[in-house]
Design a protein around this ligand. Structure first.
Ligand code: ZN
Length: 327
């Protein structure tokens, strides 16, 4: 255990020194190093570790480290392939992510989200499963996004509803609610569960008050329920390039939209495209279709590239663990 922590500390130190002193070549080799996966997850026993992980009895954790840079690289390629498969499976998907805040269903629990991605029960009953799903959301969500914009986490458990998840800003105060219907989630594959969460978080990342102004009389930019897209927002760039003059819903064309749901309107197109941006392999693997151009547009934003990287780190761990857990 100590060895891993030491190795990790050394890696962080190395990362810092490269960050401050590197030229471009060094930065390239550093990029490869940063992709070394090294993490630990608290578990109840060794059975919960995947075949890629070792168990540390003292701390009760499964951990993963590469024996060599080559092993890490192979591992990373493996994970990249798997995430790309998720995108392939979702491609052209005709099954919409139902998102209906007006759906006539009752929340079984509602939590206030506080600083540091903590939750406190406000109404309903607590359950381990609710906490587990929140942990999953919090791990996937950039900390800055959760802290600045997420105010409520709501849990539904209604198998009659086709609502899977939704986000909204019910008080129009710039603070969002994220809601999950566990009944729908339990029937979803791991890939569907993750894609749904990425999609919902994409809404919060692209529609929050740094992106959209709710204080307006009329919009000179794209107008949506939340207000006017800011001139320099992701949504305005996306709308201006791909939706100008198109009346939503657009006709679904396979080469233009990543899924059928993406053709609904610019907001859904952006959230679906963002999901593929996270799951698909790097920019150089993208083609020349309009839907690939849309993904490339997101690479123009360093902050989104950073979010992509962090989300992929989290998903890597999920992929590794799912292999053992058979999900
Ligand atoms: Zn959506």
């Amino acid at each position: 255990m100590k060895k891993i922590l030491l190795a990790l500390a050394a890696l962080i130190l190395l990362a810092f020194s490269y960050y401050f002193f590197s030229d471009e070549d060094a930065a390239d080799s550093q990029r490869a190093r940063e992709e070394i996966i090294s993490y630990e997850t608290e578990v109840d026993g060794p059975d919960e570790c995947s075949s890629y992980e070792a168990y540390d009895a003292e701390f009760g954790v499964c951990y993963f480290e590469c024996a060599s840079e080559q092993e890490c690289e192979e591992m990373q390629n493996d994970i990249d392939d798997e995430l790309a498969t998720w995108a392939d499976e979702a491609e052209g998907d005709s099954e919409p992510i139902h998102e209906d805040p007006e759906a006539d269903i009752e929340a079984v629990a509602s939590y206030a989200v506080t600083a540091g991605e903590k939750i406190a029960l406000v109404s309903g009953n607590d359950a381990t499963e609710y906490q587990t799903v929140w942990d999953e959301i919090a791990t996937l969500s950039p900390n800055a996004t959760s802290d600045a914009y997420i105010e409520t986490y709501e849990v539904y458990d209604d198998s009659d509803s086709d609502t899977l998840a939704f986000v909204d800003d019910p008080d129009q105060n710039g603070k969002w609610r994220i809601a999950i219907n566990l009944a729908g989630r339990r029937e979803s594959t791991l890939r569907e569960q993750k894609a749904t969460l990425i999609h919902e978080l994409a809404h919060i990342i692209t529609l929050n008050t740094s992106q959209v102004s709710s204080n307006y009389v009329s919009c000179s930019t794209y107008e949506l329920d939340e207000g006017c897209a800011n001139q320099n927002s992701y949504l305005q760039a996306f709308y201006g390039t791909y939706w100008n003059g198109v009346q939503p819903p657009a006709e679904f064309v396979e080469s233009t939209f990543v899924t059928e749901y993406a053709a609904s309107d610019p907001v859904e197109d952006l959230a679906e495209t963002f999901t593929f941006f996270v799951l698909e392999k790097d920019r150089e693997n993208l083609g020349t279709t309009v839907k690939d151009q849309k993904i490339k547009l997101l690479y123009d934003y360093p902050d989104l590239v950073q979010v992509r990287k962090e989300m992929r780190n989290t998903l890597s761990r999920d992929v590794i663990r799912a292999r053992k857990l058979g999900k």
